[in-house]
Design a binder for this molecule. Sequence first.
Ligand code: AMP
Length: 285
Amino acid sequence: MHLVTTVAGVRSRRRELWRAGRTVAFVPTMGALHAGHLSLVDHAAGLADEVWASVFVNPAQFGPGEDLDAYPRDLERDRALLEERGVRLLFAPSAKEMYRRPAVVRVAVPELSAGLCGAHRPGHFDGVALVVTKLLNVVQPEVLVLGAKDWQQSVVIRRLVDDLDIPVRVEVAPTVREADGLAMSSRNAYLLGDDRERATVVRRALRAGAELIMAGERSRATVEAAMAGVVAAEPPARLQYTAVVDPQTLVPRDPIAGPSSLLAMAVTIGTTRLIDNLLVESERC
Ligand code: AMP
């Protein structure tokens, strides 16, 4: 596996692949890899000749007071895991390499970034949109593979790629979970002692909401209140938001109608922020 830290290095390797007529599926990450990230690599392997990945903790998507400095980093471990999984190139730039000078260009998808996580992390999706645009321009992959765990992010990026005519196919792979249902996340490493067990409250709340919808409930307020109730029963877990939305437009579903709805939520336990979502096929119920 090639470990490349510069934009020029990636471009040069990419030119070689074009000459050889080989395609690339790309998996961007912030590192501290877990089985969820590795499942994206496996997914990508079936979609192109080579899988390339990146590890970059993007300062532009962290707000003031968020965990940019504390975010877990272990490039050597990540490198070994990706190599073992068959990744052919790992792009691991420094912040200075990605942002050679302060970015004055803004990339934003405001309509899709305003609600859900965006309402609680101002500027977050602008930072994501900027770095993904830059990474796509550097790597120029045929396929981009993202995880369904960050559903809003995948919706923002799909729209970004479509509106800017970026020539890449976006694929979204399913969420990988721990045995007790907790969605895998690099931030789960922050959960110590009883908090790790309490974190299952997110999945339990989503399931409670889904069960109501499957039983015929069509009031968004009732479903969201039920989800909030599950979280309230598990202090010190605190609800940040619950939402029942159209999976493509992220517009709230009220009443809950249409072929499927997305239940999404964010919960904090201490300083750890957990997000998850569940797609419910409402029409068949
Ligand atoms: P991150 O390193 O958290 O920025 O995530 C990098 C990519 O991995 C994103 O496309 C995430 O949606 C995806 N991802 C993170 N956690 C999971 C998971 N548990 N299952 C599947 N994909 C995931």
